[in-house]
Design a protein around this ligand. Structure first.
Ligand code: NAG
Ligand code: NAG
Ligand code: NAG
Ligand code: NAG
Ligand code: NAG
Ligand code: NAG
Ligand code: NAG
Ligand code: NAG
Ligand code: NAG
Length: 762
């Protein structure tokens, strides 16, 4: 009873404290002190600096740090005196000294200091809180860019947009940004977990326990615009960047959140080692956007070497040896102690030979077993960035110490014989790992074959039954649709549209919330309808082959007509097997929903149902430009006026993408087959699966994952992965040459003298 009363009183006091805060300017000058409940407020009103008791903390302890002004709870992304709190009852203050040092005082005693000494001690120093929540001490005569000290260089447990996670290993020593968890939810004192960038260009969380420091989690290799272990594209669209090369001199990664306020997101290393991204809602509360590790398989090396971890239905880790490997200790492994991992059941033929013999002989008869959809193992050796999958495979075969390779992230990755920390994703994400095995492993024995026959028979029977059931359902559904709209009626099938995407799947929640706050004027455009799968199946006669318009890398495109004599549509059904499908899909939906221009193909809606991912576009009867340009019979239809009209239209579309739309978009795969033509031969740019959004003032990005079509890629993009709006302009140039000459860019392989269209023209 008494306890409840005290708690109520404390609550009241706290509330009073919050209301009672006196706002100072954004700047504290040298000699002034920030006392008690005075706070510095950033110019945009999003951040405050001052003395606070964090949410859930001991009300008797007060910390100097930064908070979110719009948050209902006291959340402190940065704390200065982490393990030296001042007593709430004392007279505490913060000052900037003549030497440019920020000090926290309890009475006359200094309890915490930044430990910085300015070069010119008599300089007038000021403390400022920036719009990004960065606390900076600057001198009056030093340029604004060189702060004497800034909190972004000395983070606590929170990564804030605009921060850099740096790794510098020049001078032979590591100098890096480390985040340290709090000891517990209300106690900012340094805890047991640390996060930082590793020289292998991966993020790591280390755990210190009993004086030992072990790896708790790793992000997976950097794959150009995301990490292999975090296949969540929506975050990256807006800008994680890895700059420099942490594997050599150094580099840093940062999160550029150009379209949104920095106060919207924070990434916290929790006291229990979980990294969580939160988003600030308009209500002042925080929503969890993303979190890892969330199942035991995402923890480091859960299954030991040469094994893969699959999360079971109950969230528990299920370990299994890779193909060609057996548990090192069967009794231990079957009892659930996986620490010793697995070893090869049959040695490689490569290692049986004299390794100093020629590479070809050394390769032996070894081959590779493919392991799909995994977070690639740790300790990769980065091979060549040029060459292809075959060259990568050869590189691994030629080296007896190579145990596996993977191609498709950023370069050819090679591993030694120990494959550590392999997580098998539950849903088609991740990359393929090719594990070197002796040929005997891939030959199935005869009794195994007998088992397979049984399995196949069972599967066939099940599939037939399921298909029959589906057919029945679809037939019923179509009948219902016909009944609803009447045959030949002109009524639009609005009844069948589900709720709009913006209220739907949490997959889109990252950008969604932010947009709702920022661009209510655009919200009408983004009100993208979700189509029911049954409706699209009915519209395309069950995705029948006779309605197929074409097929791309990610699936088939069908022509359809909305039931009841509605609009003609083009339906792009993504194949279920394409591992990258979901990412590309989200990318495309988010992008196109925001882009509206007469020279861009119009997205009418989409459909996400189970494993089905479908995009619905306006139907353009004249198909794509290449169908005219490279067809001797139809080429004649393109007179010079039309060709000029097409070039102009593409230029307008491109200008909109690059300059006039609110987002700056680089298409990355501009080519003749991605230009569609409507009835009046107006060109429309399509296929945004490869596109990237650029931040406002950013002009160039380095990606290691080069996508696009050879021949249309600018040399600096194809060879160095540098892409910018100029890469599209290069592709556009190639396109113009094709439109003028009527020659296919790729047709020059066989011609004497010129390698490509550029050589041919010049
Ligand atoms: C960003 O901050 C500005 C004030 O600087 C505010 O007007 C705007 O609504 C904020 N936007 C979001 C998305 O919170
Ligand atoms: C410091 O600021 C005071 C007041 O603005 C000014 O009078 C003084 O000249 C400044 N000193 C230096 C070294 O800039
Ligand atoms: C380490 O990096 C920080 C931030 O980039 C820099 O201020 C500091 O001088 C560096 N320290 C050393 C020893 O290089
Ligand atoms: C940190 O590790 C120590 C043992 O080294 C342990 O006693 C303590 O409970 C751990 N702290 C947390 C927050 O897990
Ligand atoms: C923990 O150990 C790893 C590997 O030895 C090392 O790179 C890292 O810096 C250590 N972390 C800390 C906080 O000491
Ligand atoms: C770690 O803490 C967070 C936040 O309190 C919680 O959501 C998560 O479930 C915890 N994770 C584990 C493995 O206990
Ligand atoms: C698992 O096996 C390792 C190595 O044999 C051993 O050191 C460890 O104590 C075992 N752990 C458990 C929980 O039995
Ligand atoms: C491997 O071959 C070289 C010459 O080809 C020979 O000198 C060497 O002794 C051989 N090593 C083994 C282990 O057989
Ligand atoms: C062979 O592979 C191992 C492990 O990947 C690597 O350390 C070694 O440098 C490679 N040797 C050659 C000659 O490439």
């Amino acid at each position: 009873m008494a306890r409840a009363a005290i708690a109520a009183l404390l609550c009241l006091l706290c509330a009073v404290c919050v209301v009672d805060r006196v706002e100072a300017a954004a700047t504290l000058s040298q000699g002034e002190s920030l006392t008690g409940n005075r706070v510095l407020v950033s110019a945009n009103g999003e951040f405050q600096a001052g003395f606070f008791t964090p949410n859930g903390g001991d009300p008797g302890k007060v910390y100097f740090g930064v908070t979110y002004a719009k948050s209902t709870e006291v959340i402190m992304p940065w704390v200065g005196n982490r393990d030296a709190p001042v007593s709430a009852a004392s007279a505490y203050s913060a000052t900037v000294t003549g030497s440019g040092e920020l000090q926290v005082m309890e009475g006359q005693r200094v309890v915490w200091r930044t430990g910085t000494d300015a070069p010119s001690p008599r300089d007038n120093h000021t403390l400022t809180i920036g719009d990004d929540g960065n606390l900076r001490v600057t001198g009056s005569d030093s340029a604004d860019t060189d702060a004497v000290w800034e909190s972004f260089d000395h983070p606590a447990d929170t990564f804030m947009p605009g921060m850099r996670i740096a790794l510098d290993q020049r001078n032979g020593a590591f100098n890096r940004t480390l985040f340290t968890s709090w000891r517990s939810a209300g106690d900012p004192a340094p805890g047991n977990f640390t996060l930082g960038l590793d020289p292998s260009a991966q993020l790591y969380i280390w755990q210190s326990q009993g004086g030992k420091n072990s790896t708790y989690w790793r992000s997976g290799q950097w794959a150009g615009n995301n990490f292999v272990g975090i296949p969540w594209r929506t975050l990256y669209i807006y800008g994680f960047k890895l700059t420099g090369d942490p594997r050599q001199s150094g580099g840093y990664m940062f999160y550029d959140f150009a379209p949104f306020n920095a106060s919207l997101f924070r990434f916290v290393l929790q006291p229990n080692g979980t990294e969580t991204c939160y988003m600030l809602l308009a209500t002042g509360s925080w929503e969890t956007v993303w979190s890892q590790p969330t199942n035991p398989c995402q923890e480091y090396n859960r299954c030991g070497a040469n094994a893969q971890c699959t999360a079971g239905d109950d969230g528990q880790a299920v370990c299994s040896c890779l193909k060609g490997f057996d548990p090192k200790s069967e009794p231990e492994y079957s009892s659930g102690n996986w620490t010793r991992g697995c070893v090869r059941s049959t040695p490689l033929t490569c290692s049986e030979r004299n390794t100093t013999a020629t590479a070809a002989a050394a390769a032996g008869d070894d081959t590779f077993a493919e392991l799909q959809g995994v977070k690639l193992p740790d300790f990769a050796v980065w091979g060549s960035t040029v060459g292809d999958a075959t060259a990568c495979r050869q590189a691994c075969l030629a080296n007896c110490s190579c145990g596996a390779y993977s191609y498709g992230t950023t370069s050819c990755l090679l591993w030694g014989q120990e494959l550590v920390d392999i997580y098998h994703f539950p849903t088609g994400e991740g990359y393929s790992l090719y594990v070197k095995v002796p040929p005997s492993v891939l030959e199935t024995s005869s009794d195994e074959r007998g088992r397979w026959t049984t399995v196949i028979v069972v599967v066939v029977v099940v599939v037939v039954v399921v298909l029959a059931a589906c057919g029945l359902l679809m037939w019923k559904c179509r009948r219902r649709i016909k009944e609803k709209f009447g045959i030949g009626g002109r009524k639009k099938p609005e009844v069948l549209l589900l709720r709009p995407v913006r209220e739907g799947k949490q997959d889109f929640s990252g950008p969604k919330q932010a947009e709702q706050q920022e661009e209510s004027d655009e919200s009408k455009n983004c009100e993208l309808p979700l189509f029911a799968f049954e409706l699209l199946a009915a519209a395309t006669d069950g995705f029948s082959d006779k309605n197929k318009l074409g097929e791309g890398g990610f699936g088939h495109v069908y022509k359809g007509r909305l039931p009841g004599g509605g609009e003609e549509i083009a339906v792009k059904r993504l194949s279920r097997t394409s591992g990258q499908g979901l990412e590309e899909f989200k990318n495309e939906v988010i992008l196109i929903a925001k882009l509206q221009h007469r020279n861009l193909v119009r997205l009418l809606g989409c459909c996400i149902q189970g494993e089905e991912k479908i995009l619905v576009y306006e139907y353009l009867p004249n198909k794509s430009l290449d169908a005219f340009l490279f067809d001797p019979a139809r080429r004649g239809l393109l007179d010079w006026k039309t060709r000029f009209h097409i070039i102009e239209g593409i230029a307008r579309g491109l200008l909109y993408l690059h300059r006039d739309s609110r987002l700056r978009v680089v298409h990355r795969d501009l080519k003749a087959s991605n230009i569609l033509l409507d009835d009046d031969m107006n060109p429309k740019i399509s296929d945004f699966g490869m596109a990237r959004i650029f931040g406002g003032d950013q002009n160039q990005v380095n990606t290691n994952r080069v996508v696009g079509t050879l021949g249309y890629m600018s040399p600096e993009y194809a060879m160095e992965g540098l892409f910018s709006v100029r890469s599209d302009v290069y592709s556009f140039g190639i396109l113009i040459l094709e439109i003028i000459t009527g020659q296919k860019n790729s047709s020059f392989h066989h011609m004497e003298g010129s390698i490509n269209i550029v050589g041919y023209v010049s």
